[in-house]
Design a protein around this ligand. Structure first.
Ligand SMILES: C[S@@+](CC[C@H](N)C(=O)[O-])C[C@H]1O[C@@H](n2cnc3c(N)ncnc32)[C@H](O)[C@@H]1O
Length: 394
């Protein structure tokens, strides 16, 4: 059992089983020529904020524990007490109903009303979120806004309704002082959110995230193999988060002993590492060309069979389209991300949705399938191919 204690001007997490404690926050207060916020006042505000935990948790269906909220807010308080504490631009990737958003925004607001928290989310939930189904019967975004208004932090929040795979690209580089990553927890998403976070944060900024139980070398070894690294919540570990952090930072990021929050101060070396990764990135052209051929063949095969009225090929046709769509997304989206080719990524997504649309039509409205194939699949494949060949020339 972990307890939170306030002793003198420190916040500690104590493991009651072995009495080992960890100081997470030390109230030094801030002083500069214009402002003085004293330690007792900050401590008072901090305790007052934490007293809201059970109410906020109730209204946000919050899964983020009190310990993790203490870890997150301690990092923010420490950060703002140690340096700049006005006109802070912070970003949360993954806000859901706003449990962490409230504590994040409130901590920033304690120091200055000029501090802003941008909250990026699709508000569609994640497959890995236990309360995901709530999004089916409630407008999660409206709920988020109501809670933020009710809790008095709405003025300090700017929501960005967007998928992070696209949304992070449109933000300005080197813009944020603090970023907290807590969206989709599977490997590919976390990897991209962190890489993009490094790009979007200023040198010296604080990058943080949720759901890291341990370092990769402390994981049961079998969890790092094969598909396990992509999974979320397997045997109590968020392997996607842990593996992505390991691949990007090795062990050079920090954690609290008793919390799932991880953090890393971003240095110029971290930014240079991205540049090196871009330069070193040498994708396997053979693989991609092979994929183009496979897709071309699949589409031609489907077209031929439909026009010849061979409905007994249904199984093979359906499988071919689904396989092509899945393979396309798997191979192309990370490639486009790395090459910063937004146009090709959009065209890839359009082609994938055309293929899936075809599959659905084929199963439910066969007479329309030929029309979808001709008007959507073949057309988007040709547009995609042109865009792909164009990118090859560069
Ligand atoms: C674990 S919840 C966030 C919890 C929140 N930080 C808290 O403490 O209450 C994950 C959120 O990420 C969002 N999400 C999942 N995938 C996303 C993506 N690709 N882009 C943006 N948001 C995403 C989901 O809609 C969900 O709201």
């Amino acid at each position: 059992m972990i307890e939170i204690t306030f002793q003198n001007d420190e916040v500690k997490l104590i493991n009651t089983q072995n009495n080992v404690s960890e100081t997470v926050l030390h109230f030094g207060g801030i002083h500069n020529n214009h402002t003085t916020i004293s330690s007792p006042k900050l401590l008072q505000e901090y305790i007052h904020m934490l007293e809201n935990y059970s109410t906020i948790q109730k209204y946000t269906y919050g899964e983020t524990t009190m310990i993790d909220i203490v870890a997150l807010t301690s990092l923010i308080y420490n950060e703002l007490m140690a340096g700049k504490h006005t006109e802070i631009r912070a970003l949360e990737v993954g806000s859901w109903f706003g449990c962490s958003s409230y504590f994040f925004a409130n901590s920033l607001k304690t120091f200055s009303d000029s501090n802003i928290l941008f909250c990026m989310d699709t508000w569609q939930g994640s497959p890995d979120t236990a309360s995901h189904n709530i999004a089916n019967f409630e407008n999660a975004f409206e709920h988020f806004k109501s809670v933020m208004r009710y809790a008095g932090v709405y003025e300090n929040i700017k929501p960005i309704v967007c998928d992070s795979t696209v949304g992070m690209d449109i933000l300005q580089d080197d813009y944020f002082d603090i970023i907290f990553v807590d969206a989709n927890h599977t490997y590919d998403y976390v990897y991209q959110d962190i890489i993009k976070g490094i790009r979007k944060i200023k040198v010296g900024g604080l990058l943080m995230g949720h759901d890291c139980e341990c370092y990769a070398d402390e994981l049961p070894p079998h969890l790092l193999h094969g598909d396990n690294k992509h999974l979320d919540g397997i045997e109590g570990y968020h392997t996607g988060v842990i593996k992505a952090l390991d691949d990007i930072f090795g062990r050079s990021y920090s954690r609290f002993n008793y919390s799932l929050v991880w953090y890393k101060r971003i240095t110029q070396e971290d930014k240079d590492m991205l540049l090196e990764m871009d330069l070193a990135y040498n994708y396997d052209q053979e693989d991609i060309l092979q994929l183009v051929d496979t897709m071309k063949e699949a589409i031609q095969f489907i077209y031929q069979n439909i026009t010849e009225g061979k409905s007994d090929m249904l199984q093979i046709l359906t499988l071919d389209t689904v396989q092509a769509a899945n393979q396309l997304e798997k191979e192309m989206v990370p490639l486009c991300e790395r090459l910063y080719n937004k146009d090709l990524k959009i065209k890839t997504n359009e082609l994938k949705s055309a293929l899936l649309d075809f599959q659905i039509t084929y199963n439910n409205d066969f007479p329309r399938a030929l029309f979808v194939l001709e008007s959507r699949v073949i057309e988007s494949f040709n547009i995609w191919l042109e865009c792909f060949l164009e990118s090859e020339k560069k």
